[in-house]
Design a binder for this molecule. Structure first.
Ligand code: ADP
Length: 819
């Protein structure tokens, strides 16, 4: 357009016109050539190089014409213009090659240097040349158009320069545009990756709801994959209410130009419900998608919230229905929460209790402890598992007090409440504990009474036994008795001894219970023990129609035991095995060597057997396991005593049993280390041979029981040379002793007027009787008692029922003259 304008300029002076046109033409050609070079720079298209060479050729022609022009500007300026133009072409040639050799950056650098200065110089010079020419033409033609021509020239030059510049900029812009396009592509790429990786569902749509983007989370949330979604119409893709709401939100976002909150519940086909929450937003100033949405999947969160809500509900219910008072307090101990149980116990409605000091509800004496516990919780934040537990007295609002267990637990720093205090009413428990203690005391008292009763009973029983055993022994010695009579008396004697043993057992248990039991451990041959025990128990077996089998050969072991006590144990086990058996059943006694230094005695029966539960209880005192309702006599003490005795001998006792098949009771005892020669099987019969002395001995017998007196009297008579003086009371005995100065005093301890021990003391203390030996005869067989009496001055100690040989030996000791 500029060129055309240029050519349309009217010049008065044809020469000048031609000259100016030539200058313009030249400039145009140079500019064209420069454009070609730039084109080549940017595209390296060979076509540009060819165009350049052609422009250059034409410029050369134009330069030649300019040099010859007759009416041009001054020679100097024209030739300078020619020179500069040549230089420009040189530089353009150089720039062209530079692109090939060193690339675009080097070219840009190069062009900013000399070529741009040169372009300015050419422009200024061209202006000057044209002005010169115009001045000349003006002078010559003085045309009104001269100024216009000049101006036109200037415009022309400026236009030409601007055009070059524009072209340059356009080409640079093309490069920048490509860079921008690349950057945009990278951005899109990056954004796409973000969108795909985003845990929230996101999508965007054109204004007509055609879906453009659809990320992986959207695929999950709506159950529609990108292949189906992208390009589809959103309005038809998501059915029902969720679809309607999304579209409404997108519409609103577009029309208001602002983000719109969106909450949805969708149920993708075949899947569980999904809760979504997010925003729909407009995409402003874009040519592509117009609206988008981002929706977070809150299903899991909502589930957690629902669970929490449920838990809170349960907690509330627990607190409301708890039988324990639950109270929470703030840092200062002021009540914040007060549950219904607290209202009941402390007799104040929650509305009135809240805000009060917790300590108002604690009895005076316990406040310090509760205050301390609260302070401890504040300091240490005690975990509820190790919360301090206090037994306190709580104080209801009406002033009444009750015992309670208080737990003080920290609630942490979560809220205003810092501690939870629970109170459990212990009134019932305390009542129950009290009644329990009372019951225990009663039971203990009853037990004590029973022990005393048993002790007393056995003592009372021993006295008649004295007579039975005494006379039976005497009858056995009777020369006139027939063999048959002697045998019968022998049975009476044996049974009497057994009865005595049983009495001793009762006494023993009361002693064991009282913790006073003395044992004398010695090596005992089990075979002998077994034979003796079986001999004693055989009649019982016969009476019960139970067969007895003893494997005494297996019992050739020595154990450390108290012979009497272990015999007692064995007899007890054997008699149980017979008593709790079946008719025609059998009992088996044997021994085994355990190999670890213990020997085991086994008593096996074919009785009803014992369940596990029964086995667990069988060694408890007074436990009869239902036998109390059967005709089988018993006390339930036997096994309890056996266990204590065996354990006192460092042994063990136990049972294995099978219901319906019988039981096996076993006793383990430590094996004796040294061998032991068994003594004679039974003591020799008492021989009441006369005492060797010339005179009759006076023996004072202080005894209130006539039967006992008779037995001793008979023994004395048979021995001969003894006069027995009876004294039925202690006081009388003392008088008689002082008067008659007896050779020996026999003293019973259980006297009606005074204790025998006092009589002994008086005898020893009186110079008239101090030298008379005193032999104590008592039913109290304990070793401790014997020791005490010997210390008190008794010369000897005999137990009832009196063994006749022992009595004979005692008489001999104190009454016989030394040989
Ligand atoms: P007692 O025989 O006086 O009842 P024990 O202490 O000896 O007392 O025994 C306790 C209870 O154990 C018996 O009442 C009986 O029920 C049960 N018992 C003992 N020995 C046997 C046994 N060999 N077989 C079955 N039950 C037995």
């Amino acid at each position: 357009l500029a060129i055309r304008d240029l050519s349309a300029l009217r010049h008065h002076e044809q020469d000048h016109r031609d000259f100016a046109a030539a200058v313009q033409e030249l400039n145009l050609l140079v500019t064209e050539a420069e454009g070609d070079v730039r084109g080549y720079h940017i595209t390296t298209d060979e076509q540009f190089r060819e165009d350049y060479l052609r422009s250059k050729q034409r410029a050369d022609d134009a330069l030649a014409v300019l040099g010859e022009h007759p009416t041009g500007g001054s020679d100097d300026s024209v030739s300078e213009l020619v020179r500069l133009t040549h230089r420009r072409f040189e530089l353009l040639d150089e720039a062209l090659d530079l692109r090939d050799e060193q690339g675009m950056d080097a070219v840009a650098e190069f062009i900013r240097g000399e070529p741009s200065t040169l372009t300015n110089q050419v422009r200024i010079l061209a202006d000057a040349v044209i002005e010169e020419s115009a001045a000349r033409a003006d002078t010559e033609a003085r045309s009104a158009d001269r100024r216009a021509a000049f101006a036109g020239g200037a415009v022309l030059a400026a236009s030409v320069a601007a055009f070059g510049l524009l072209l340059w900029i356009a080409l640079l812009n093309r490069r920048r545009a490509r860079q921008a396009r690349d950057a945009e592509a990278a951005l899109r790429h990056r954004f796409g990756a973000f969108a795909q990786a985003m845990p929230s569902a996101s999508f965007s749509v054109f204004a007509d709801y055609t879906i453009v983007d659809w990320n992986a989370a959207a695929t999950n949330a709506f159950g529609v994959d990108p292949a189906a979604a992208i390009g589809a119409d959103l309005r038809y893709l998501i059915p029902g209410d969720p679809g309607v709401r999304i579209v409404a939100a997108l519409d609103e976002a577009r029309s208001t130009g602002a983000a719109v909150d969106l909450e949805l519940v969708v149920r993708p086909e075949g899947g569980p419900q999904v809760d979504l929450e997010g925003v729909a937003f407009p995409i402003l100033g874009a040519e592509g998608p117009m609206m988008g949405a981002v929706l977070r999947d809150l299903t899991a969160l909502h589930e957690v919230q629902r669970a929490e809500e449920a838990t809170r509900g349960i907690m509330r219910l627990v607190v409301e229905t708890s039988v324990e008072a639950i109270i929470t307090v703030n840092r200062r101990g002021r009540i914040l929460l007060f549950n219904p149980a607290a209202e009941r116990y402390l007799r104040i409605p929650a509305t009135e209790a809240v805000g009060r000091d917790l300590l108002e509800f604690i009895a005076g004496g316990d406040r310090a402890a509760v205050r301390e516990a609260l302070a401890g919780v504040r300091r240490g934040g005690t975990a509820s598992s190790e919360a301090p537990q206090l037994r306190i007295r709580a104080r209801a609002f009406d002033g009444s007090e009750f015992p309670a267990e208080a737990n003080v637990a920290s609630l942490g720093d979560a809220g205003e409440a810092t501690a939870a205090v629970t109170l459990r009413d212990l009134s019932d428990q305390e009542r129950w504990e009290r009644s329990l203690t009372e019951a225990r005391l009663q039971a203990e008292a009853a037990n004590l009474a029973k022990s005393q009763f048993l002790s007393r009973m056995s003592h009372e029983l021993r006295t008649p036994m004295n007579v039975i055993l005494g006379y039976s022994q005497l009858l056995e010695l009777d020369e006139q008795a027939t063999q048959e009579q002697k045998d019968s008396v022998g049975h009476i004697h044996k049974a009497g001894r057994h009865l005595l043993a049983l009495i001793d057992e009762v006494l023993d248990l009361s002693r064991v219970e009282g913790g006073e039991l003395s044992l004398s451990l010695e090596p005992v041959l089990l075979a002998e023990l077994a034979n003796e025990s079986v001999a004693m128990i055989r009649p019982l077996a016969a009476a019960n129609q139970v067969r007895f089998e003893t494997d005494s050969d297996s019992c050739q072991y020595m154990v450390m035991a108290d012979k009497q006590r272990i015999k007692q144990v064995l007899i007890n086990l054997l008699s149980n095995a017979i008593k709790y058996n079946v008719p025609q059943g059998s009992v088996d006694l044997s021994c085994t060597h355990a190999g670890d230094g213990t020997v085991r005695l086994l008593v096996r029966d074919t009785g009803p057997g014992l369940s596990e539960a029964q086995q667990a209880r069988i060694f408890q005192p007074f436990e009869r396991l239902g036998a109390e309702f059967s005709p089988v006599p018993g006390t339930g003490l036997g096994l309890a005593l056996c266990k204590r005795l065996v354990e006192a001998m460092s042994g063990r006792i136990g049972v294995t049993s099978e219901v319906g098949r019988g039981s096996t009771f076993w006793v383990d005892l430590p094996e004796a280390e040294d061998t032991f020669e068994p003594g004679p099987q039974s003591a020799p019969r008492a021989v009441l041979s006369p005492l060797s002395r010339g005179s009759i001995a006076n023996v004072l017998y202080i005894e209130d029981n006539l039967s006992n007196f008779r037995v001793i009297e008979e023994v004395a008579r048979r021995i001969g040379n003894i006069r027995l003086i009876p004294a039925m009371q202690g006081g009388l005995g003392l008088d008689l002793a002082r008067e008659s100065q007896p050779d020996l005093v026999l003293l019973d301890l259980d006297l009606p007027d005074m204790p025998g021990t006092e009589v002994l003391q008086a005898l020893r203390g009186d110079p008239r009787t101090g030298s008379v030996p005193v032999v104590v005869i008592t039913a109290d067989a304990s070793a401790r008692q014997e020791e005490r009496l010997l210390d008190a001055g008794a010369a000897a100690y005999l137990t009832k029922p009196v063994d006749l040989s022992a009595l004979r030996a005692t008489f001999a000791r104190f009454l016989e003259e030394p040989a």
